[in-house]
Structure formats: C-alpha cells, structure tokens
Write a protein that binds this ligand. Structure first.
Ligand code: MN
Length: 207
C-alpha cells in the first residue's frame, strides 16, 4: 500500500516476548518510535509530488538515490526506512519457540559453513555496529544469502538487497531491560526468532 502509510498490526501482545523483550519496551517501541516513523513519513509525503505518493514503500527505498535531494530523499531514507525496517522486525519475532527447518539450515550451511557460523557472523555484525542501526540476513542480486549491517534506518533495499531477517540494535530496542548490554540482547534474541516467517519470505522471493 502506498501513501498514506499505516502501522502494521502487532500479531502478539506487548508482553508476549518476555522475558527476552519486556512489555514496556515493546509498548514504547511500537506505540511511540514506530508510530513516529509512520507519522513523519506521511508528513513528508504529504507535500510530495503525486508520483512519489503513489509509490510503494519498497519502491521508494529501492529508488532512494533517484528521489529529489532534500526533504523527500532524507525523509524516505530516515522515516521510510524506519517504517519498513520495523514492519519487518515485528514479523521476524514470535512468542512461539521455533526451530529452523532442515531445508533452511542447509541453505545457511551453504553460504556460511554452518548455522553456528551464520549466527556468529550475524551476532558480530549486530554487536560491533557503532551507534544505532540494524543487522540483517539478506538475499543479494545473485540469490545468495548475506549478512550485513546498516546505520541509522538505512534499508538494504537501497543497496539492492532483499531483507529476510533483522535485529534492531538501536538502544530503544533493549535499553530498559539490558541498559548498555547490547551483546546480551543479541544473544538472547535467538529464542524469539520467527523462522517460519523468514523461510516463507525466502521461498516467496526466490519463486
Ligand atoms: Mn527501533
């Protein structure tokens, strides 16, 4: 759906991801930070040409470098990225403890050597990222799986990559419970990964 953008519903309760992510953090993250990105993106697009108002968010972020410089470009990068990244983040988490399928484990093995190596590379990316940002598992243009980090709310879509899985390592994602211990948050996060969603997203993209 193009402009005006709406918040996607959270498919579980604010307290459903406890004890990994506490209720208050989810409430503020979803209801304040995420809402802020949606509202600010709509405010920026309100004054934009119809051409941009008619574009899907994925298109805007993929074509970011051809958008007019200034408020539209910056607003899509920061607020549009915030809307898209969080929209995916809510879905890659689940209160239902899941195992990844043999099939997807094989794919991770092919690109990273083993699931353990993949996890290590992803964790390292999330832990060492300086300042605010995200760690990602993406599909590159050649259909390969890659791990990458982005700063601020930058989207892998802008670099031509399709994101499958992510972790938000802005302090607002973990500060109330973990304070400065980002590494503990990243380590704990694996217990709430929604593999079912991620694998389905992979299959749909690769079709
Ligand atoms: Mn966030």
């Amino acid at each position: 759906m193009p402009y005006p953008f709406a918040m996607i519903p959270l498919e579980y309760a604010f307290n459903a991801l406890e004890p990994i992510i506490d209720e208050r953090t989810m409430e503020i993250h979803y209801g304040k930070h995420y809402k802020g990105y949606v509202d600010k993106l709509n405010a920026v697009l309100k004054g934009a040409d119809e051409e941009y108002q008619k574009m899907e968010l994925e298109e805007l972020l993929s074509d970011l470098n051809s958008l007019p410089s200034g408020p539209i470009h910056n607003g899509v990068r920061d607020f549009g990225g915030g809307v898209y990244n969080h929209g995916l983040f809510w879905k890659v988490m689940s209160p239902k403890k899941q195992e990844l399928s043999k099939d997807f484990a094989e794919k991770l093995k092919k690109y990273f050597g083993s699931f353990k190596n993949f996890k290590e590379e992803f964790n390292k990316t999330a832990k060492v990222l300086f300042g605010s940002g995200w760690a990602w598992l993406c599909i590159d243009k050649g259909g390969n799986l890659v791990v990458m980090g982005t700063k601020n709310q930058d989207s892998p879509l802008t670099e031509g990559l399709y994101p499958l899985f992510c972790i938000d390592v802005w302090e607002h994602a973990y500060y109330l419970k973990y304070q400065n211990r980002r590494a503990d948050f990243v380590d704990d996060f694996w217990d709430i990964v929604n593999w079912e969603f991620i694998e389905k997203r992979y299959d749909e993209y690769m079709k």
